[in-house]
Design a protein around this ligand. Structure first.
Ligand code: DX5
Ligand code: ZN
Length: 222
């Protein structure tokens, strides 16, 4: 049994003082740095890309968890790997099945961890073809695109279903949840079997991000 890990999303951090924010979450025992990459096409918002990952790599020893919300991820996956991504997540909605397998094998082939994600409206069973090939499944608990949205009720049931689908496939990927996670929502997703909780606003909109991270982790353990 592994304790739940927190992956703060720097989308909610202070870009003018990103180094300080990274240091705060490092000290507070974050498990990963979650990097939300959005292209303005796959999702409406436009955020950050390869150059940011490359600089983060020099600034922290925490693993960089890169969440790709982009069209044509196959083209960019090698660039993110080269920039130092430790795990790369692709969306099932962005790829056909062959592309999904290709992305996962490219990611793993470089020694990084591969993950697949599903938007809230996508049947969770869409992960089944690759569930035995991935290191992590990311269950979106908001419609991807923006930080600070409310957790979609019932997302914990989707987490529980992934646990069940993985067991049926004889696989044991980590399960990550992303969107609207804070002290109020961490307990239900942790109880459903989530291993990694992404937190944007719950950590970085707080006055004391380190204490906020600790509060979410404590809530998840209860
Ligand atoms: C949503 C992103 C999330 C988001 C999390 O599209 O993938 O990682 O930034 O932010 P909060 O925790 O504020 O919902
Ligand atoms: Zn994310």
């Amino acid at each position: 049994f592994e304790p739940v890990k927190i992956a703060p999303s720097i989308l909610s951090a202070d870009f003018m003082d990103l180094g300080r924010d990274i240091a705060l979450i490092e000290e507070a025992g974050a498990g990963y740095v979650h990097v939300d990459v959005m292209d303005g096409h796959f999702v409406p918002n436009l955020t950050m890309g390869v150059p940011v990952v490359r600089q983060l790599k020099k600034a922290t020893s925490l693993p960089l968890d890169v969440h790709l919300m982009i069209d044509n991820p196959l083209e960019q996956v090698p660039w993110f790997l080269d920039a130092g991504a430790d795990s790369v997540t692709v969306h099932v909605e962005a790829l056909d099945e062959a592309g999904l397998f290709r992305a996962v094998s490219d990611i793993r082939g470089s020694g990084a961890r591969a993950a697949v994600s599903v938007k809230p409206a996508t049947p969770i069973e869409a992960v089944v073809p690759v569930i035995g090939e991935v290191d992590m499944v990311l269950v979106m608990s908001v419609e991807p695109g923006f930080s600070g949205q409310s957790f979609i009720e019932g997302s914990d049931a989707r987490v529980a279903r992934v646990v069940e689908l993985a067991r049926m496939a004889g696989a044991s990927p980590l399960i990550q949840v992303d969107g609207g996670i804070g002290v109020a929502t961490a307990p239900c997703v942790a109880a459903a079997g989530a291993d990694v909780l992404v937190c944007g606003n719950a950590v970085f909109a707080a006055k004391d991000p380190g204490a906020a991270l600790e509060a979410v982790r404590t809530a998840a353990e209860e």
